[in-house]
Design a protein around this ligand. Structure first.
Ligand SMILES: [Zn+2]
Length: 302
């Protein structure tokens, strides 16, 4: 197994979904969250890509102004649809879903940094061949690439717990949330990095999926520093998306999921997840799983 080569410097690009996420928030309201994230990225010289939705506030003057500050700071803005629908749902038709991409584009197209990448909400790319392939064709016609994810995370679960805690207890100690968050991300990174090597037979530049949320306003700097301390290098998302792996349009069904998972499913390759679970010696290695993360949060009273 590729333990020895996992010492090489992995590359990872930062993507933040559901921007600008204009919802009421304890501790820092959304505009302040964005100012903090932008300052953190500037300070650490990391370029991010933001995947925005109309429904998450992108279609309001305030939200659009926030997205513009990201573009003006040199970050990339991309389309995560207007409505954040799930293409795998029977009641979401291909036609409506296509129109929703165009509505999402209307929010972004006059902003600096807008780039023609589309990230499927929930990473779900269609529950029928007709929807999956129909939308692939639509993306091509409209000049879009897929904003694939190679490292999926469940940062939103920690964010939800952290918000609930702060609503009850505004001065709560957040260190345990940060520590578990870093453990979770590290478990996800190793899990998906190993799976990607197995599927692609080489080291691909990664794109990690995180969210535009309070959690990342508070801990983005810690996340960047943590990965650097592990020997990982933060790269420009534009560089990652140039890699051939990101041009794939996998034909797994239902469609979507993180790249390694989608391509393995397309090929009918099974067993990676089971083998990884069996091999794990440290319970922290299993924190990539949402169920394990939830159980750990419960156990720690988070
Ligand atoms: Zn999303």
């Amino acid at each position: 197994m590729p333990l020895a080569c996992s010492l090489a410097a992995q590359r990872v690009a930062l993507s933040l979904d559901d921007a600008p996420f204009l919802r009421p928030s304890p501790r820092l309201e959304a505009p302040a969250q964005h100012r903090v994230m932008l300052a953190t990225l500037k300070d650490r010289k990391v370029r991010a890509i933001l995947f925005a939705n109309g429904v998450n506030g992108g279609d309001t003057p305030e939200g659009k102004a926030i997205l513009r500050t990201w573009g003006e700071a040199g970050h990339l803005l991309a389309n995560h649809s207007y409505s954040h629908w799930d293409l795998n749902q029977d009641d979401v038709t291909l036609k409506a879903y296509e129109e929703d991409l165009l509505s999402g584009e209307a929010v972004l197209r006059d902003l600096p940094g807008f780039t023609h990448l589309y990230r499927y909400p929930f990473l779900r790319a269609g529950n029928t061949v007709a929807k999956r392939d129909g939308f692939y064709a639509f993306l091509k016609v409209h000049g879009y690439g897929i904003g694939h994810v190679s490292i999926d995370t469940a940062d939103y679960m920690l964010d939800e717990r952290l918000r609930q805690r702060l609503e009850k207890e505004p001065s709560a100690d957040l260190a345990p949330y940060r520590d578990l968050y870093l453990k979770h991300l590290w478990a996800c990174a190793r899990f998906y990095d190993t799976w990607s090597r197995e599927v692609f037979g080489r080291e691909i530049p990664h794109v990690i999926l995180m969210h535009s949320r309070l959690l990342n306003a508070l801990f983005l700097g810690d996340v960047i520093d943590f990965f650097r301390a592990k020997g990982w290098r933060w790269i420009d998302p534009a560089e990652a998306f140039k890699d051939a792996a990101y041009a794939l349009m996998p034909r797994n069904l239902p469609g979507g999921e993180a790249l390694a998972e989608a391509v393995a499913a397309e090929r009918g390759q099974q067993g990676f997840v089971k083998a990884w679970r069996e091999k794990a010696k440290d319970p922290d290695d299993l924190l990539f799983s949402e169920g394990r993360l939830k159980a750990r949060m419960d156990q720690l009273g988070l």
